[in-house]
Every structure is written in structure tokens, then in C-alpha cells.
Ligand binder design. Sequence first.
Ligand code: LMR
Length: 396
Amino acid sequence: MFERVSAAPADPILGLNEAFASDPRTDKVNLGVGVFMNDDGVTPILATVKEAEDRLLKGETTKSYLAISGDPEYDAQVQGLLFGKDSEIIANNRARTAQTPGGTGALRIAADFMRRELGVERIHVSDPTWANHGNIFKSAGLEVVSYRYYDSDTMGLDFDGMLEHLENVPESEAVLFHGCCHNPTGIDPTFNQWQQLADLAKRRNFVVLFDFAYQGFARGMDEDAAGLRAFAEQVPELLIANSFSKNFGLYNERVGAMTLVASDRHTADNAFSQVKTIIRGNYSNPPAHGAKIVATILTDDALRAAWIQEVADMRDHIQVLRDQMVQKLADRNAKRDFGFISHQNGMFSFTGLTPDQVKKLKEDYGIYMVGSGRINVAGMSKKNIDAVCDAIAAVV
Ligand code: LMR
């Protein structure tokens, strides 16, 4: 029977890792998948993570199951990071959080919840969006449509186009927002624009889902949550999928959470009981290790402060690379102005390179990036940035 199954295309992001691994060139550069790398081209384990792991190894007494919704301490800490610890949502006990396997697990649980419990049939996502969003939402039975987002003329946000589309989204449908560091463009709404979007969402009353995978990578922990918190002030019900892959460097531990905000605690309990049945029917309950690391760091004042600094260091490193890239491309008289790269947020830059140019960079120079022209800025280092800029200047 299996012979009836046709082969799937390679994943547009993770598939690049396989192609990269089998490329024999020694000077190849991987700017595909979004992982932070230091100047030695290594994705390091954060010092705070190592310290937390040491403590866990010494103190752990059981490997028994976690609850369906995961570690309660972790779940509480997630809410503190999302809403701020003095948030009215926390004071009034209106949020429920389930620890999930990564942000992807959280998105899938949110999608299943919207489809099964809210009867949502369609979700609106930005054009462009993370290549896996469509895959996740379609797997949950949702139809995926795009709202205008990126303006290729200005290399900025098409805010009017976005508003125009979202004004017509009916109550029965859902809208996905990227909390910060929009993937793939690196372009986020301003605070004022977030407030307008929150007003619109309140008025239109559609289902709101935030994907929040890069908290701390644009400006800071609280600063990057400003858009989400603007929504939290206006909109009584929210779904949030967050990830600690990037800001704790816990990529392969799969650490994320799905948070549901309801208008009151009773509604939150009822709705969350259904979230738990979805999780139970999917992966039963989440793995412990990564979440225990996060909870250990966030509940210890010194470790927490050290972690905030580690995130700031990663953020600053990426900004330095952005500025260097802009300068180096200008020095090479690249036929385009790449100044916009300095102003984009997070790990990614949407370079505006065409599919042909992306192909040429891979084939002729061994430089791998996502077909849309997205590069992982953090994939560059002082060792390869000159070669990358030489190649880009040559192909544009
Ligand atoms: C990315 O966009 O590169 C990351 O979120 C990794 C992934 O799973 O695609």
C-alpha cells in the first residue's frame, strides 16, 4: 500500500540542513534555519542553562510523568514573561498555560482547539509568514489565507493593506500575529500600530492567536511583549503560542507553551479542560527536562538576571552583524541599498534576493538561505561575513 504514497518535497527550512550537510565544500555557509551562532559558528549552550542543568541533575528525584499541562511552576513563569508579573490577567487568574513541545506544538494545540471547540474554519496569516505555519494549520483542518504585510517597494510594513484585510475578517475566523521579530521579514508593527490592531481585533471580535517565538531578540523582554500586552488590554480572549528555542537556546529540548486567556477564571477553566483533552489525544503530556531548566532559571533571581544578559548579548551580536553587513555591502558597491537590514528585528533578514539569486548563491558560492530570500543573520560570523557579502554583491 505504501507504494501509493508519493514523495513529499523537502521542508523549505529544515530541508536546507540536509542539503547543506551533504555539500562537500568546506567554505559553505548555512544562513537557512533560525539558530543563533556565535563568532566560532557554534550554537552555544547558555551558561545559565548549564548551571540549571547541574542543579537539576543533582536535585532531581523522579522521572515520573508531568501533568497534561506540564510543570505548574514553568507555566506560571511563562505567564509572567508574556504579560508581566503585575498583569491584571494574572491577578484575576484569567490565563491557563500548557507546556508544549516547542512553539510548533503550541501552535498545533491552539489550531486544534480553534477548529474543534470554536468551530473556526479559516485562519488569516501574514504574507509572507513562517514556512511551517501553513503546514501546521492545514494539518489541523484549517483553511489558510493571507493578509497583506510586506511591502516590497518600501521593504517595510504594508500597514494600510493589513488593516484593510483585517477589517473584513468575520468573527468566526482567526488571525495570527507574530508577537515580535516577524519571521521571515524582521519587520514589526510600531507600538502605535499594535494599538490600532488591538482596537480593530476588539471591534471585529475575531479569534486572536499570537506566535511569540523571539521574545528578547528585538529590544528586550518587556519591550518585545508590548504588542501582545496592548492586545491583552483590549481583547478579553487570546491564544498565545510561545517558544524558548531561541531565547534560551533550547532548540532540541522542544520547550514552548500554549496560553489561553479568557474573560474570567471560570471560562478559562472550562476552555482549558478541552485544551487538555487535545493534548492527551496528541502527545499525552510534555517532556520535563527543558521546561525544568527554564523554571529553574526564571525562579532564581541571580540566574534570571544572568539569562536576561545572555539574551541581550545574543541580540547585540546580531545587531553588530546587521550593521557590518550593511557597511560591507556598501563598500562592495552592491547595486542595491541594503540599509534596511540594520532596522529589521530578530534573527532574520528578508533580503529581497530573488529565487534565481538565492539559487546562484547556493550553487556557485555554497551559501544556503531560504528560497524566499530570508537569511538567518546569526548564521554569519567574522569568519564568513566577508565571503557572504562578496557573493551577494556579485549576484545582485
Ligand atoms: C526557522 O524559522 O528557521 C526556525 O523557526 C526553525 C524552524 O523550525 O523552521
